[in-house]
Design a protein around this ligand. Structure first.
Ligand SMILES: Cc1cc2nc3c(=O)[nH]c(=O)nc-3n(C[C@H](O)[C@H](O)[C@H](O)COP(=O)(O)OP(=O)(O)OC[C@H]3O[C@@H](n4cnc5c(N)ncnc54)[C@H](O)[C@@H]3O)c2cc1C
Length: 302
């Protein structure tokens, strides 16, 4: 524990990078630790980020890291934080180095958590082969590229009705696939039927197509339903066991509860981006939250 920082930012996605950039510009000594597992790594193009529409997710982060690292008071490192504990001078942050980088064990006045979400897709055979090309999860991010296509709405949750209606913003040809698990009530199914949206309740065995080009969904009885694209409903998880010693307040999904300035109920502990409610979960929203929370940190430090 040789080093001390004003702020340790955990997570180098748009929320953490944007916060770190604004903090170093406010002359804070900042350590940014990033586990380098971008949530959107499955996709080739990121959409909707003003001035960077269509950029590769990795390129966006690379530019952000370089901008932060260009400041003398910034220390940017790939490392996975394993523990944050209370310390007389604020917090102790311990991290394991990755990609050959050193472990870190530092003290900081404040901590900003921006480690985002992880997601689990429905367990359907070869879904991963199409995820990020023909199959996506975020309508706002990738709907435009699927305009007019034969869309599959796939999920095992109880919000498929709302997702199917949302899909009609981009296509009139929508089929809901519950994979035998997802919940669509009879009355919702009737309302979907009125809008020519069938609900397929049989299990999906696999996706059919060639080199990322989807042509259909094969059901367990062998029926192939033609579809060229789809939106999958993953389950989202907020993973922050490294904060267990601090016991920050969370909602029922495990997201960190914060005020307008990103302050958790633990003094000196802040959070921004997808790990806080309510979204929407988009790059520019996360980056904006990072900037907003950094402004609160700067004011709280006076
Ligand atoms: C497939 C896919 C495609 C998407 N496409 C788009 C799009 O086109 N446009 C758009 O606006 N949004 C898109 N999104 C949403 C967007 O990626 C997220 O809203 C955004 O990345 C959230 O930013 P964040 O900074 O909160 O978290 P993230 O970007 O998830 O970054 C969190 C970072 O924290 C790191 N981390 C996690 N745990 C630790 C730890 N213990 N120690 C250190 N670091 C840690 C992770 O490795 C990661 O690098 C997409 C999402 C997915 C899943």
């Amino acid at each position: 524990m040789s080093e001390t920082f004003d702020v340790v930012v955990i997570g180098g996605g748009p929320a953490g990078l944007s916060a770190a950039l604004n903090l170093v510009r406010a002359r804070k000594r900042v350590l940014l630790l990033d586990g380098n597992r971008p949530r959107n790594a499955a996709t080739l193009f990121s959409h909707g980020f003003l001035t960077r529409d269509g950029v590769s997710p990795l390129e966006l982060r690379k530019i952000g890291r370089e901008e932060v690292a260009g400041y003398a008071n910034a220390d940017v490192q790939f490392a996975r934080v394993t523990r944050v504990t209370a310390h007389d001078d604020g917090f102790r942050v311990e991290a394991e180095g990755i990609r050959g980088s050193a472990d870190r064990d530092v003290v900081t006045r404040r901590v900003l958590v921006a480690t985002g979400l992880t997601e689990t897709l429905p367990a359907i055979g070869n879904m991963r082969a199409y995820y990020g090309t023909a199959l996506h999860s975020c309508f706002e991010c990738d709907g435009y590229e699927k305009v007019g296509e034969e869309l599959a709405i796939i999920g095992e949750s109880d919000d498929l009705y709302e997702r199917a209606l949302l899909a009609t913003v981009w296509s009139d040809d929508v089929i809901v696939f519950t994979n035998g698990v997802g919940i669509v009530s009879d009355s919702d199914e009737r309302m979907l039927s009125d809008r020519n949206i069938p609900v397929e309740r049989r299990e999906v065995a696999e996706f059919v197509g060639d080199r990322g080009q989807l042509s259909g969904l094969k059901l367990v009885d062998g029926t192939i339903v033609p579809r060229t694209a789809g939106f999958v409903r993953p389950l989202w998880h907020a993973t922050h066991s490294y904060l267990d010693a601090l016991q920050p307040r969370t909602d029922e999904l495990g997201l960190l509860l914060v005020d307008q300035g990103g302050r958790t109920n633990v003094p000196g502990l802040y959070a921004a981006g997808d790990i806080t409610p309510p979204g929407p979960e988009q790059l520019i929203v996360a980056a904006g939250a990072g900037a907003r929370v950094s402004a609160a940190i700067v004011r709280d430090s006076i």
